[in-house]
Write a protein that binds this ligand. Structure first.
Ligand SMILES: *Cc1c(COP(=O)(O)O)cnc(C)c1O
Length: 392
C-alpha cells in the first residue's frame, strides 16, 4: 500500500473510491536491512521457529499439485478444526489469514455508514477493513493500563453499530480481557450486534481469568471467534485463519470470501499442525518462558510494562518513540514503532531477546531523559547468533 493517493499521478481519468483517500496505510514490520550488525527482526510478531518437519512434509507432498485449484470448501481442515473445538463444521469458515476473515465479517454485516467499534490502539488492520467496507470506525481509547475499556466500548454502541471487535490479547499492548468483564460487556450489547473476539495470540495467554472466545461463542448467539495459524503455529507465510461463528454467519462469510483464497499448501500445513499440537505446545511454552524472562528483565531495568499475554511486549516510549526505534536499530533490533505512542517488540530467539534487553536499558535512559551514554553504546551487546532472521 502506498501513501500517495493513486490519483496524484494524474495518469488517467479513472476515478477511485473516495474511501481510499482516508484509509490509514498498513505498515508492515520492517525487514532487516543489509548491515554489519547482527539483526533480529522483532517487528511482526512472527514465530521464530522454523516449520516443523511434519508440516514441511505435508506441504511438500501437495506441492506437485500447485497447478490445480485448492478445495474451495476446505473440507478436511474444516473437519479438523470443528473436532478440535467441539463445534459443528457448519460453524467453521476459512480465509487467507484471519485478517481476511475479519474483512469478510465486516463486508458480510455492515452496510455503508454502519459502525464498527473497537479499542484503540489495537490491531492496525481494523480501521482499514472498516473503511474499505464503507463502514465507520469507532475507536474507543484503551484505559490507563493499556487494557480494553469495555464499559466505554459498550457506551459507544449506537443504532448504527453492527460489529464490535474485541482483540484479546490486544495487539500491540499484549493485555487480555477477563472472563467476568466480558460477560458484563455482553449483557450490555444488543443481540443484533456481532461481537468478534479476535484471538490471534490466544495460545500465549496463560492468565486463568482471561476470557476464552470459544466459551462465549457457546453461550451467546452473537459471538464470533477468530483464530489464525500465523502466530503460535508459525504459518504466517502461508495465509490461513478461521472463524467459529453461528452457522448462518459462517455461511455468509463463505459467500463473501475470495474464491479459492486458501491454498492447498496452507490447508495441508494447517492440518499437519493440528496433528502436531504437542510439539507446537512445547514451542509455545518456550516462547511464553522467554516472554516472561523479557518482562522480568524490563521490570528490573525499571520499565513499567503492561503484563503481556501475547508473543510481544509494549514499551510506552511516547514522544521519544522515533529516537527509541533508532537506538534499537543500532543494536540490530528491528521493532515496530507506532507514531508517538510506543514500540511493540516481538519475542524472538533467546539471542534476539537478549539483544533487545540490552538496547532497552539505553532506551529507558532516553525516555527518562538521563541518557549520557547514547551513541557510545551503539555497538555493544549484540551477541553473535546463528538464528538471525531477515524474512518479510
Ligand atoms: C496477526 C494478527 C491477525 C491475523 O493475521 P493473519 O496472518 O492474517 O492470520 C489477526 N488479528 C490480530 C490482532 C493480529 O495481530
Amino acid at each position: 500500500m502506498t501513501t500517495q493517493h493513486p490519483e496524484d499521478s494524474a495518469q488517467s481519468a479513472v476515478t477511485l473510491r473516495a474511501a481510499l483517500r482516508s484509509l490509514p496505510p498498513y505498515k508492515p514490520g520492517k525487514s532487516a536491512a543489509a548491515s554489519d550488525v547482527v539483526q533480529y527482526k522483532l517487528s511482526s510478531n512472527e514465530n521464530p521457529y522454523p516449520p516443523l518437519p511434519s508440516v514441511l512434509d505435508a506441504v511438500n507432498q501437495v506441492s506437485p499439485e500447485m497447478n490445480l485449484y485448492p478445495d474451495m470448501t476446505c473440507q478436511a481442515v474444516t473437519q479438523a478444526v470443528a473436532q478440535r473445538w467441539g463445534v459443528e463444521p457448519s460453524s467453521v469458515s476459512f480465509g487467507s489469514g484471519s485478517v481476511e476473515v475479519a474483512s469478510q465479517i465486516i463486508r458480510a454485516v455492515c452496510e455503508e455508514g454502519d459502525e464498527v467499534v473497537f479499542a484503540w490502539r489495537s490491531f492496525e488492520a481494523y480501521p482499514i477493513l472498516a473503511g474499505l467496507a464503507g463502514a465507520t470506525a469507532v475507536k474507543v481509547p484503551l484505559d490507563e493500563n493499556e487494557r480494553h475499556d469495555l464499559p466505554a466500548m459498550a457506551a459507544a454502541i449506537t443504532e448504527r453499530t453492527k460489529v464490535v471487535l474485541v482483540c484479546t490479547p490486544n495487539n500491540p499492548t499484549g493485555t487480555s480481557v477477563g472472563t467476568d468483564e466480558l460477560h458484563e460487556f455482553m449483557a450490555q450489547v444488543p443481540s443484533n450486534v456481532l461481537v468478534v473476539v479476535d484471538e490471534a495470540y490466544v495460545h500465549f495467554n496463560v492468565d486463568p481469568d482471561a476470557a476464552r472466545g470459544i466459551d462465549f461463542f457457546r453461550e451467546y448467539p452473537n459471538v464470533v471467534v477468530l483464530h489464525t495459524f500465523s502466530k503460535a503455529y508459525g504459518l504466517a507465510g502461508l495465509r490461513i485463519g478461521y472463524a467459529i461463528a453461528p452457522a448462518h454467519v459462517s455461511a455468509a462469510l463463505r459467500a463473501v470470501a475470495i474464491p479459492f483464497g486458501v491454498t492447498n499448501l496452507a490447508q495441508q500445513a494447517a492440518l499437519a499442525s493440528l496433528a502436531a499440537e504437542s510439539e507446537i505446545e512445547e514451542r509455545i511454552t518456550a516462547l511464553v518462558e522467554q516472554r516472561d524472562h523479557v518482562h522480568r528483565g524490563l521490570a528490573e531495568q525499571g520499565w513499567d510494562v503492561p503484563e503481556s499475554q501475547a508473543n510481544f511486549v509494549w514499551l510506552r516510549t511516547g514522544a521519544k518513540t522515533q529516537e527509541a526505534e533508532e537506538i534499537f536499530s543500532r543494536h540490530g533490533v528491528i521493532v515496530r514503532a507506532f507514531g508517538d505512542e510506543g514500540i511493540r517488540v516481538s519475542i524472538g530467539s533467546p539471542a534476539g531477546n537478549q539483544a533487545f534487553l540490552v538496547a532497552a536499558q539505553e532506551v529507558l535512559d532516553l525516555v527518562r531523559g538521563t541518557s549520557s551514554t547514547a551513541g557510545a553504546a551503539g555497538a555493544q551487546g549484540t551477541p553473535a547468533a546463528s538464528d538471525t532472521r531477515n524474512g518479510g
